[in-house]
Design a protein around this ligand. Structure first.
Ligand code: GP9
Length: 422
């Protein structure tokens, strides 16, 4: 069966009412714990979930992230997936902030640069915050400088604002990025008597993950020396160290206890669709390195006033970030529509609908992974039980597949129609 999965012409009144209902604020667990506090969100380049609590030859790969996860006040989402379109890292930002699917035609920040949005920066601003973005690379990369205006950022601290005292790969090292950003955070702190939202994007752990000798802190097992995996472990360990130093600096400057700190990965580092890398990873991890493991990124939220520590296993993706954060921050989304759910309080079945590295119509739930066939014929899709890896009949999941396509099409209509401008 070859099907028409193209765009829809309009949203019905019922569709809009249903989306509005879904986007309504519902009080629940942890609601409002972040109200009035600063929010610092760090989007980490290529941070995959498998490195969390992972040891290589007895060495802890991400000791600082692990410590943060174990700390009182931390929520760790260990079943959380990337959601990208053509704009890679920039789409990770877009989906995270807006709870809309990204465009699959062009990077969303380019194609819809002039659209009206009501994502996290705007909602926080409407509630008295100042919102700045930070990234140690060229401001026009991914069209960020232009797109950030309608995303709601009031200032973009980019490469031209930092001293390029030390660079690796693309640009400014993460250690320098965090060190120099602290000056701007101090400027932001209390500015106009307002709390702040700081969105920080790291860079050093970017593919091909080649670190200078002096920053190769791990002893890599001989067989992984100079492989993509060996290089990645070195790079992500370096970034973890930089984050650890930043957390210490936040404490020293008195910002830690008055800020919600969020850390998540933008997207995968090692591609499971490359057969050699898949085999290398499967042998290394001792379990199948398939799409589900590849697309999983960690999400960590630290709330200073929370006297609890929790690992949240409910499935979710970057699409769910905004409703989840709005619950914690205690602010309503009064003007926008969201396709994600609050991962802390939502009780229904959630799903992830990847469109990169799997075709539109693919779906991951807590139980199954349906991967659409490249020939577009539904019967040729691969479906398996996510726990046992047992192969299942795709026809038993056709309703889920249709639902996912509908969701993506509705979201795409919102972008194409510039819906929030109406
Ligand atoms: C550059 C950085 C990398 O600004 O965001 O983007 P990517 O190549 O990973 O999409």
């Amino acid at each position: 069966m070859k099907e028409d999965i193209t765009n829809i012409e309009t949203l019905t009144i019922t569709d809009i009412a249903e989306l509005k209902k879904r986007s309504e604020f519902v009080e629940g667990k942890y609601t409002g714990l972040g109200k009035g506090k600063n929010l610092i969100v760090i989007q980490v380049e290529s941070l995959q979930n498998f490195v969390i609590d992972h040891f290589h030859e007895g060495q802890e790969v991400t000791p600082n992230l692990n410590r943060l996860i174990r700390e009182e006040g931390s929520l760790y989402f260990n079943n959380y997936y990337q959601q990208l379109g053509r704009g890679n890292t920039s789409d990770a930002e877009f989906v995270t902030h807006n709870s809309l699917y990204p465009s699959m035609e062009e990077p969303t920040y380019t194609q819809y640069v002039d659209n009206t949005f009501y994502g996290l920066p705007w909602i926080l601003r409407d509630n008295g915050y100042i919102a700045w973005a930070f990234h140690g690379y060229k401001k026009d990369f991914w069209n960020r400088d232009k797109a950030y205006l309608n995303q709601g950022f009031q200032r973009f601290v980019s490469e031209e604002d930092y001293d390029l005292t030390e660079t690796i790969g693309f640009g400014l090292t993460d250690v320098e990025f965090f060190k120099q950003s602290m000056g701007y955070l101090k400027e932001l702190d209390g500015l106009d008597d307002k709390p702040f939202y700081a969105f920080m994007i790291t860079l050093t752990s970017h593919n091909p993950f080649k670190m200078p000798e002096k920053y190769k802190y791990l002893n890599i097992k001989a067989e992984y020396e100079d492989t993509l995996l060996g290089n990645y472990l070195q790079a992500i360990h370096y970034t973890d160290k930089a984050i650890g130093q930043f957390i210490e600096d936040l404490k020293r400057e008195g910002l830690y206890d008055n800020s919600i700190l969020v850390i998540y990965g933008d997207h995968f580092a090692i591609n499971s669709l490359n057969k050699d890398d898949q085999k290398l990873m499967t042998d290394y991890l001792g379990y199948p390195y398939d799409l589900d493991e590849m697309l999983k990124i960690p999400l960590i939220i630290h709330i200073p006033s929370l006297e609890a520590n929790e690992t949240i296993t409910r499935i979710g993706s970057a699409l769910d970030f905004l409703p989840t954060m709005l619950n914690i921050m205690g602010y309503k989304n009064e003007k926008g529509l969201m396709f994600g759910v609050d991962l802390i309080n939502y009780e229904g079945e959630n799903f992830v609908a990847p469109q990169t590295y799997a075709l539109k119509g693919s779906i991951i739930t807590d139980e199954i992974l349906l991967e659409m066939s490249r020939d577009g014929i539904f019967e040729n899709s691969r479906v398996y039980n996510i726990k046992t890896r047992e192969l299942l009949n795709p026809l038993d999941f056709i309703e889920k597949h249709k639902m996912v396509i509908e969701e993506i099409n509705k979201s795409e209509y919102i972008l194409k129609a510039d819906f929030f401008a109406q």
